[in-house]
Design a protein around this ligand. Structure first.
Ligand SMILES: C[S@@+](CC[C@H](N)C(=O)[O-])C[C@H]1O[C@@H](n2cnc3c(N)ncnc32)[C@H](O)[C@@H]1O
Length: 232
């Protein structure tokens, strides 16, 4: 089992092909962010990967500045050269930025790669610190009660594991090529208290279908995208 950093470094060559398989979902999330954000301001993408989505979002926002952060050097090497960016290689849990941003994103279950609740808490606190008062953040996590994606039987198993507080609940292996890591899939409301105690207000919650990108009202039909306001 690889660390998240080793995993993403080793699959960097294939990352755009892997992303292409989730295009409808990723496009929908990008579009929601652009439609719900102010324009021509300072933007940061935390856990930006290869920067392909940051590029699309920065263009949609007509961002004045764009800052990308990720711990995988191999993925950051792939950031499009025409994207005028500041690039920072490092972990969110150690992020100590001088700058503050109007719009911050942390997308495609980046938080699920952190090894425990304490580090997720720390990461969310640092993300919140990077947002200007009155600014917005968008964070999405995969949802282990997403029946549409994982099927009723698996979700019932997850519900039971949660009810019994079973060790290791929420953790799943993922693999590409010859590389494997594990990822945490959140409960649909699990992140709410972490976000709120970090200084965020949950402005809206979207449930985005993982297969076709459709928006759903029901939490068991999609992954969870949070639109967050930074409290003053
Ligand atoms: C599924 S990818 C998503 C990348 C990008 N946001 C996207 O939507 O294409 C998860 C990303 O989280 C990054 N990541 C995982 N743990 C991290 C950490 N502690 N600090 C910074 N980035 C991290 C990985 O390197 C990887 O780029």
């Amino acid at each position: 089992m690889n660390s998240s950093k080793d995993y993403y470094d080793s699959i960097a060559q294939d990352y755009s092909a892997i992303s292409a398989k989730r295009k409808p979902f990723l496009d929908q999330v990008n579009a929601l962010i652009v439609a719900n954000s102010p324009k021509r301001l300072d933007y940061a993408d935390i856990g930006a990967g290869d920067g392909a989505r940051s590029h699309v979002i920065a263009q949609g926002l007509q961002a004045r500045t764009c800052t990308l952060i990720d711990e995988s050097a191999e993925l950051l090497d792939k950031v499009p050269s025409d994207l005028k960016t500041a690039i920072i290689q490092g972990s969110i849990t150690e992020l100590d930025l001088d700058d503050r941003f109007d719009v911050v994103t942390c997308l495609w279950n980046v938080l699920g790669h952190l090894p425990d609740l304490e580090q997720r808490d720390e990461a969310v606190r640092r993300i919140a610190r990077s947002v200007r008062p009155g600014g917005l953040a968008f964070v999405d996590v995969n949802n282990r009660y997403n029946i549409q994606e994982y099927g009723l039987e698996n979700v019932m198993r997850n519900v039971e594991a949660d009810a019994r507080m079973r060790d290791g609940r929420g953790w799943y292996p993922i693999a590409q090529s010859n590389s494997e890591t594990k990822v945490y899939i959140h409960g649909p409301f699990e992140l709410d208290p972490i976000l709120e105690r970090s200084g965020f207000e949950i402005v809206r919650r979207f449930h985005v279908d993982y297969l076709n990108g459709e928006l759903h009202l029901e939490f068991w039909k999609g992954q969870v995208l949070y639109m967050l306001g930074k409290r003053n």
